[in-house]
Design a protein. Structure first.
Lengths: 107, 107
DNA sequence: GAGTTGTGATACCTTTTGGTATCTCTTTTC
DNA sequence: GAAAAGAGATACCAAAAGGTATCACAACTC
């Protein structure tokens, strides 16, 4: 369930174009055509990327007349961040160990 | 450069098997055979996953006799976490807005 | 030193992915 | 209401991804 959503989110983030799209949408909401204007590919290709981002719950789409506005979603990246959070303690530990090992080496 | 490494890290995290491997290695270091024992696939397939994790700087490998021990790397996930961190302000803002909107709706 | 065990490397197959081209539908605009 | 503009849907193609099978190599064990 949520597991599946998380998988979709991770998959969505795997493509550099999609991460760029997220960065764009972080600045302001955009229609498909506006997003496509920033890339050297067809609108259809951009639409596919947006669909994948939508599947990962990373963006939401709102109809506005004949255009559709895409915006970031506040909860999508959270599930990814939460997964990474499980490793926080580990990283802090290891980085601290590394730091002290280096300091020991300097002396 | 670092951009490329980040791309490899995101790509490495896109596969659920690889995320499981990271979770396993967070508990303790393991040889390839040990990791493969946790999955229903050939050792060769697991080796491929480990190579991709290695490309993303998420694990490191140390030769020990005729075995090779795989361990988590303290800096790999950091680059992913840092990228996500750029959105933190945005998410907090949006989530707060969502929360107040809901509260307003209840009243 | 011969057999066994843990890995690495390669070739190959199937499915998924990223992309284009094209057609249709809906909503403006005149 | 007819033409134009924004977007969705589908078919199709090339490349990448995930997997197996198989061979070669290094290092223990006896």
């Amino acid at each position: 369930m949520t597991q599946d959503l998380q998988q979709h989110a991770f998959r969505a983030l795997a493509d550099p174009t999609r991460r760029q799209i997220l960065a764009l949408l972080a600045q302001r909401e955009m229609t498909i055509a506006e997003v496509a204007g920033h890339f050297d590919m067809t609108r259809a290709a951009v639409k596919k990327h947006l669909s994948i981002l939508h599947d990962g719950a990373l963006i939401e789409t709102r109809a506005e007349g004949r255009t559709r506005v895409n915006a970031l979603r506040p909860d999508g990246l959270k599930s990814v961040a939460n997964w990474l959070g499980a490793f926080d303690i580990f990283w802090d530990e290891r980085l601290a160990a590394l730091k002290s090992a280096i300091e020991k080496d300097i002396q």
